[in-house]
Design a protein around this ligand. Structure first.
Ligand SMILES: *[C@@H]1O[C@H](CO)[C@@H](O)[C@H](O)[C@H]1NC(C)=O
Ligand SMILES: *[C@@H]1O[C@H](CO)[C@@H](O)[C@H](O)[C@H]1NC(C)=O
Ligand SMILES: *[C@@H]1O[C@H](CO)[C@@H](O)[C@H](O)[C@H]1NC(C)=O
Ligand SMILES: *[C@@H]1O[C@H](CO)[C@@H](O)[C@H](O)[C@H]1NC(C)=O
Ligand SMILES: *[C@@H]1O[C@H](CO)[C@@H](O)[C@H](O)[C@H]1NC(C)=O
Ligand SMILES: [Cu+2]
Length: 691
C-alpha cells in the first residue's frame, strides 16, 4: 500500500505536464516552427511579435514558415504567413577562403554559396549569412516578417532599417539607433518582427555606422495580390531584381573622418553584388569574378525590380541594350505606365519596370554607370540579359561573357530619360521625365492631401560647409566631420543645424525626455550657439498627429556641383508636388521666397487633375528644390535624412516628431534599454558600512 502511494506525486506531475502541453497545443495549434526548434514555438513567438499593447487581433492564427517558403504567388483572401528568417552578421571577406581557387581561375569555385566575389578584389566586408547583398526577402502583403538578427561582429553594433515599411503598428522596429531602438550589441540577437503592410519593392540596410557601404543591404519585396499594373507583365520572378551599389577597394571606415591623401570615391559598381574591378593605372580588368545573368524567354513580359543602393555621391544610370523599360512603380507606389530608355536613380529609390523580351534571341548588355559627380571616374558595370535556354548554356558560361562590353564612349542612345539631373520638370512631350512628372496610379486621388492648405510648412535648407580648422581642431571641435581632401573638412547641416543624436532612444525611453530641453530647431537654439554659425544639437521638428505637412527641401549650395542629394522620410510616404532648379539667388531668404511664392503646384503645364506620385525617397536637383507633402498620420519619432552615407554621417538629418509622446505606441516592457551612466560620486559620502 505504502509502495503504491509514493508514486502518486509523480503521476500528478506527469498529468500536469500533459495538461499544460495539450492546452497550449489547442490554443496555438499552428504557431510552430518545425525546422527551427522549440525556442520559437507559439507563445514565445507570439509574445515577441504581438508586443504592441494596442493590438487587439491575435496574430497566432497565422502559420510560421521558413522565410524562403514565403516567396510565392500572392492571392487575395489567403491567410497571412509568419515568415521566419535567421541572419548572422559577420566580419567576412570578399574573394576570401570560401572562394577557394576562384582567384586563380577555377570558375566553379566562384559559385560556392558562401563565396562573395564582389568586384573580384579581396577585401574585408560585412556580410549577412555570408552574402553581399544580404539574403533577399519575398513575402506577400500582410505577412508577418520575423528576422532574428544575430550580431557576430566583434566590437560593432548593428541595426537594420526596413526602408519602405512604415511600421505603424511597431514603430520600434524602424531600426534607427538612438531614435527608435538601442543598437544591437555584439553577441546579442535582436528579433525584428513586423507586418509587411506596404507592398512594393522595398529595401533593407543597416542604419548603424557605415555598415551599409560595407555590405549590409539587401532586397525586400512585398508582393501584392492586387497590383493595378498586373496585366502589363506575364511573370514577376524573384531572380529579376537589380540591386545597384557602389563598392570600394577597402572597408569604407577610412573615409570617416577621412584621409588627406585620398578623397571619397567609388572604385567599382556592383549589380547584385557582382562586378569586375577596372584598374585605371594598370589598365587591367579583373576577370575572375562572374557577372549577374538574367534569363528571359522570347515573347514574355517580365517585371524587374530595381534598388538604387549607393552610398557615395553619384546617381546610377541604367540602360538595357535594344530594350525599352515600361516604368510601373516607384518606392512601392504604382505609377501610370511610361516607356523609358534610360533610368537614373539615386540612393534609396526603387523603380519597377516591365521588360518585354521581344528582340532577336541572343545576349544583351544590362548597363549601369555612375554619373553626375562620378562622370570623371568613368565607372560602369554590366550584367547579361540572355534569351538562351538553361540547358544549352550554363549560367557559369554566361557570367563570363566572351565579347568585351562597349567602352565608356560607345554610348547607347539615351532616348526617353527618367530623372535626367538637368531636366526641366513639367515640360510635356520632351524626352525627359522627372519624378514629379509621373502620375500616381491609384483608384483614389487624395484631394484632401493634394489640394489642402497645409497645417505645417517647413523649409529645409541643407548644405555642407567647410569647417574652420582653428575651431575643429580645438577643445570645441569634437563634432562629426569628414575630410574631403587635404585640409578641406566638411560638416553637414539642415537649417544650419548639424544633427547630434541623443544618448538614449527617443521612442522607447521617452520618460527620459524632459519637456523640450533635449531638442533644438531653427528658432530655438541652445544658448551656446552663436548667430550665423552652424549649431550642433538634436534637431527636431514637431507636428501634430494628422497634420498635412508641406516640406520644401532646398539645396543651399553656392555652386552647382552635380550633386543630387536624395532625401528619405521614415514612417510615411509623401507626394512630390514640385521640383526644379533655382535661379541664381544670393541669400537663403531669396531662395525660400522663390520656392514659397513662385513655385505653386500647377505652375507650368500640368493639368489640375494631375495625381502626383507617392515616394519615400526623392532626389533634390543640384542647387534646386523639391517640394513634398504628406499626412503625418503615424505617431512617433522619424528620421529625415540625406541618403548619402557620408552626409548622414556628418549631420545632414533631423527628427520629425509626429504627435505627443502619449499618442505614440509603447514598445514592449522588456524592450532593450541603453544610455549613458553617470552616477553621482561627488555628493557627501554615505557613512561607511558598519563592520
Ligand atoms: C576546379 O576545382 C575542382 C575541385 O573543386 C576540380 O575538380 C576541377 O578540376 C578544377 N577545375 C580547374 C579548371 O582547375
Ligand atoms: C498585418 O496587418 C493586417 C492589417 O492590419 C492584418 O489584416 C494582418 O492579419 C496582419 N498580419 C499578421 C500576420 O498579423
Ligand atoms: C548638368 O549641368 C551642370 C552645370 O550646367 C553641368 O556641369 C553638368 O555636366 C550637367 N550634367 C549632366 C548630367 O548633363
Ligand atoms: C549658417 O552658417 C554659415 C556657416 O557657419 C553662416 O555663414 C551663415 O550665415 C549661417 N546662416 C544663418 C541663416 O544663420
Ligand atoms: C521649435 O522648438 C521649440 C522649443 O523646443 C518648440 O516649442 C517648437 O514647437 C519647435 N518648432 C517646431 C516647428 O518643431
Ligand atoms: Cu546629401
Amino acid at each position: 500500500m505504502a509502495g503504491r502511494c509514493q508514486y502518486f506525486p509523480i503521476w500528478c506531475l506527469v498529468l500536469a505536464v500533459c495538461c499544460v502541453f495539450l492546452v497550449r497545443h489547442w490554443t496555438y495549434p499552428n504557431a510552430r516552427l518545425h525546422c527551427v526548434g522549440r525556442v520559437y514555438e507559439g507563445p514565445v513567438l507570439v509574445r515577441m511579435v504581438a508586443g504592441s499593447h494596442q493590438r487587439t487581433e491575435p496574430v497566432f492564427q497565422a502559420k510560421v514558415y521558413d522565410g524562403a517558403e514565403c516567396d510565392r504567388v500572392c492571392t487575395e483572401n489567403e491567410v497571412p504567413r509568419i515568415c521566419y528568417f535567421k541572419w548572422i552578421a559577420e566580419h567576412y571577406a570578399a574573394m576570401g577562403s570560401a572562394c577557394g581557387d576562384c582567384r586563380w581561375g577555377n570558375r566553379s569555385h566562384c559559385f560556392h554559396p558562401q563565396c562573395v566575389t564582389a568586384d573580384g578584389m579581396e577585401r574585408g566586408v560585412l556580410s549577412l549569412n555570408r552574402q553581399v547583398p544580404g539574403p533577399t526577402i519575398y513575402v506577400c502583403k500582410h505577412d508577418m516578417i520575423v528576422v532574428d538578427l544575430k550580431n557576430h561582429m566583434e566590437g560593432l553594433e548593428s541595426t537594420i532599417h526596413w526602408h519602405g515599411i512604415h511600421q505603424s503598428d511597431t514603430p520600434w522596429m524602424d531600426g534607427v539607433p538612438m531614435i527608435t531602438q538601442c543598437p544591437v550589441p555584439s553577441s546579442a540577437t535582436f528579433r525584428y518582427a513586423f507586418n509587411a503592410s506596404e507592398a512594393g519593392t522595398q529595401f533593407y540596410h543597416s542604419h548603424s555606422g557605415h555598415q551599409k557601404a560595407n555590405g549590409h543591404y539587401g532586397l525586400f519585396v512585398v508582393r501584392s495580390p492586387t497590383d493595378i499594373n498586373r496585366d502589363l507583365y506575364d511573370l514577376d520572378l524573384s531572380e529579376h531584381h537589380i540591386i545597384i551599389s557602389d563598392w570600394t577597394l577597402d572597408l569604407v571606415e577610412k573615409f570617416v573622418p577621412g584621409l588627406q591623401s585620398s578623397t571619397v570615391q567609388m572604385d567599382s559598381i556592383l549589380i547584385n553584388g557582382r562586378g569586375r574591378h577596372y584598374d585605371e593605372e594598370e589598365k587591367e580588368l579583373q576577370i575572375q569574378a562572374p557577372l549577374t545573368v538574367y534569363r528571359v524567354k522570347k515573347g514574355l513580359r517580365y517585371r524587374f525590380r530595381l534598388i538604387s543602393s549607393g552610398s557615395q555621391f553619384c546617381p546610377f544610370q541604367l540602360q538595357i541594350e535594344k530594350h525599352r523599360m515600361q516604368l510601373i512603380s516607384t518606392d512601392g507606389g504604382a505609377v501610370k505606365p511610361k516607356m523609358i530608355d534610360t533610368l537614373i536613380s539615386t540612393s534609396g529609390e526603387r523603380y519597377d519596370f516591365v521588360l518585354s523580351a521581344d528582340q532577336e534571341p541572343g545576349n544583351y548588355w544590362v548597363r549601369v554607370r555612375a554619373i553626375g559627380f562620378c562622370n570623371i571616374d568613368r565607372r560602369e558595370e554590366f550584367a547579361i540579359l540572355s534569351y538562351a535556354d538553361e540547358r544549352s548554356v550554363s549560367n557559369e558560361e554566361l557570367a563570363y561573357p566572351k565579347p568585351r562590353p562597349p567602352t565608356w564612349d560607345a554610348r547607347f542612345p539615351s532616348g526617353t530619360v527618367l530623372n535626367n539631373p538637368n531636366a526641366t520638370c513639367y515640360v510635356p512631350d520632351d524626352d525627359d521625365l522627372c519624378v514629379a512628372d509621373l502620375e500616381a496610379y491609384e483608384s483614389h486621388r487624395d484631394d484632401s492631401l493634394i489640394d489642402a492648405a497645409p497645417d505645417k510648412q517647413f523649409r529645409i535648407l541643407f548644405n555642407t560647409f567647410t569647417a574652420d580648422p582653428n575651431i575643429l581642431f580645438s577643445d570645441q571641435g569634437y563634432v562629426r566631420y569628414m575630410t574631403v581632401v587635404l585640409t578641406l573638412n566638411n560638416i553637414g547641416v539642415t537649417n544650419n543645424i548639424s544633427m547630434v543624436f541623443p544618448d538614449f532612444p527617443l521612442l522607447t525611453q521617452p520618460e527620459q525626455i524632459t519637456g523640450d530641453t533635449p531638442f533644438c530647431n531653427e528658432t530655438h537654439k541652445p544658448a551656446s550657439c552663436k548667430p550665423h554659425r552652424a549649431c550642433f544639437c538634436l534637431h527636431r521638428l514637431k507636428v501634430a498627429l494628422n497634420d498635412v505637412v508641406e516640406m520644401s527641401l532646398i539645396d543651399d549650395a553656392e555652386v552647382i556641383r552635380d550633386l543630387y542629394h536624395p532625401f528619405h522620410l521614415h514612417g510615411h510616404r509623401f507626394i512630390v508636388t514640385g521640383m526644379g532648379q533655382l535661379p541664381v539667388l544670393r541669400t537663403a531668404d531669396e531662395k525660400i521666397d522663390f520656392v514659397a511664392r513662385r513655385v505653386t503646384r500647377h505652375i507650368r503645364t500640368m493639368p489640375p487633375s494631375h495625381n502626383p506620385p507617392y515616394k519615400d525617397t526623392v532626389s533634390v536637383p543640384s542647387r534646386g528644390y523639391t517640394k513634398i507633402r504628406f499626412r503625418a498620420d503615424n505617431p512617433g519619432f522619424w528620421l529625415v535624412h540625406c541618403h548619402f552615407e557620408w552626409h548622414l554621417g556628418i549631420g545632414m538629418s533631423f527628427v520629425l516628431q509626429v504627435g505627443e509622446v502619449e499618442q505614440m505606441k509603447r514598445a514592449p516592457d522588456d524592450f532593450p534599454r541603453c544610455g549613458s551612466y553617470k552616477p553621482d560620486v561627488f555628493s557627501p559620502a554615505r557613512p561607511p558600512p558598519a563592520l
